[in-house]
Design a protein around this ligand. Sequence first.
Ligand SMILES: [Ca+2]
Length: 301
Amino acid sequence: MLRDEQFAVDERIKILDHIPQVNRGHTVFNFPLLEKINAVELESQDEYCFRACVAYPFLEGIIMSRLLSNLLAVLVAFGAISSMAQGEAPTPASARGPLQLDFEGDAAGKSPAEFSVSRTGRGAEGQWVVLEVKDAPSGTKVLVQASDDGTNYRFPVCVNDGFRAKDVDVSVKFKPITGRVDQAAGIVWRFLDVDNYYIVRANALENNVVLYKVEKGRRSDLKPKGTGREAYGKDVEVPGGKWSTLRVVARGNTFEVHLNDRKLFEVEDETFEGAGKAGLWTKADSVTQFDDLKAVSLDKQ
Ligand SMILES: [Ca+2]
């Protein structure tokens, strides 16, 4: 990863160790480009160093020359250290911050940064682009899968490159726009490659939510706990043309599925027991908008 290129192991400086006021959940600096960066959001202290240097290149030289006293002097001179709540435990160096993406920083008409696009099955590749809309849940931008190829066994996938976990809590806001074959919106997790992952999706044409595994390219639904062989996810209203929230919480072999803050069902499965990426998914000719993708690792560090 880029930050690893930027900071060789022996060059890493644990800035946060030298700023005892820094506590979990509070803004670290008042620098304009960093004021939304939150200690608990960051994967590690190295991540913080990297982001600080991207936003303020002059910090890099200070960090790389290990002149921490100079760095702190700079920060103090800028009045940079914000007031912090007292009494909270510092964020552990190993804490893995959540992925929170509102797509506001991405260029409209282009694919979002740090995502990889692929397609399970057949048919056209997906077209995942950032779009400006009037009713975005956050800001003015959303991510849309815009290709309407109607190949039935076609699953465009867009996964984040920087996030990796086994146990996860992933949620996303979605709005089905069009689709005659399907109007689907899905979350993938423990994504190993385009042919091996878990997926839960809501479908506005079928009005149901179903959890599947895709193993060696073959998709098969996993039955909710307490249901029989004939079950197929859960029937529930999935409104087309409106924003809803889909969420999955995966712990060990148990996956909880939520729609619009309502828990729908649980599934148990042991097919994929290791860590993987997380991201978004659609099916066939579904044109679907997404916003506010959040993925939190629940793995112990
Ligand atoms: Ca947004």
